[in-house]
Design a protein around this ligand. Sequence first.
Ligand code: GMT
Length: 380
Amino acid sequence: MKIGIVCYPTFGGSGVVATELGIALAKERHQVHFITYSQPTRFDFFNENLFYHEVDMMAYPLFQYAPYETALASKMVDVVKYEQLDILHVHYAIPHASAAFIAKQILKQQNIEIPVITTLHGTDITLVGKDPSFEPVVAFSINQSDGITSVSEDLRRDTYDHFKIEKEIRVIPNFVDLQKFKKLKKEHFKKAICPNDEKLIVHTSNFRPVKRIEDVVAVFQNVRSHIPVKLLLVGDGPERAKIESLCRECNDCDDIRFLGKLEAVEEVLSVADLFIMPSEKESFGLAALEAMACQVPVISSNAGGLPELNIHGHSGYLSNVGDINSMTKHALEILDEKNLPAFKKNALDRAKDFELSKILPKYENYYNEILDKKKRVEVV
Ligand code: GMT
């Protein structure tokens, strides 16, 4: 099958899922064409079935805001037509689903039918999509997609609750490649960060307010008043300067390290004892799944799709958003040497439920289902 994948190519979870999916499909001998504004971060090698088409943006003084959607739709038309794609799979509704709709209409006039699948990832619905400045176009373009998937049951419900969606939304959860995300031998790294055998807590995110990183710091401070512990913060974004000031004010600089954006997150996760994700909203929590795959138990909020991933009392614990006391209690329980080995094992066992090989066929079957449906409509 020839598949076009449209996504944000940077560090966000939706781009990671789209890129890993494309790479996995290419290994299954599908031909995959990425259409994005820059090379996806995790696609940095040669594979005969993988292609990358950069969206060209013409600079012009009149454009206060460059019309990316128009350039993207034009590139989609070009790639679908000349690479003879069978299907377009767009990740994150805004603006990919509406650009796909425009491309589809243009191609139709040239007698080219291209089925479009939109995968909803979270903030495209829960934060940005619901905003009145986007809502009508988001609802319209989701409805115009031939197939719709969401990464959790919760996001599916949320989408039906907030938009008038007339079609089935298929839940296909996110996945992790256990060949890549696994506990690596990095004892020297652990020794450098925790020279006195302190426990190590890790948080990774794009440092947006929705991630509630101040809660991570608060839980860490509480835990540190009971046991020796260090904190690694991985990622970057708008909240970083604020959180750095917070740590400086509390004289925590020796125990908290900011690592910035990291490509090989699995190396850091390999030496972690606990992962914290206290998000206000989280449709799935891919970063938590990657932690579990590296045998790291998770303390998370119970927002959005997190209860579908993190099993309370097994792979970690769930608490209400902002409940620092509950998160602290759970963190101490997990970090207790009597309990830690079992939690680590359970975290990996839970990650196995989302192993790439289990989820990939769900996407392939869905593509075939949508293509068959299209063919049946054409015959009628
Ligand atoms: O977390 C973010 O803000 C980034 C965002 C994205 O689109 O890159 O993440 C969303 O998609 C991920 C992949 O499906 C999910 O694992 C995240 O839970 C989801 N984030 C939110 O819902 C806040």
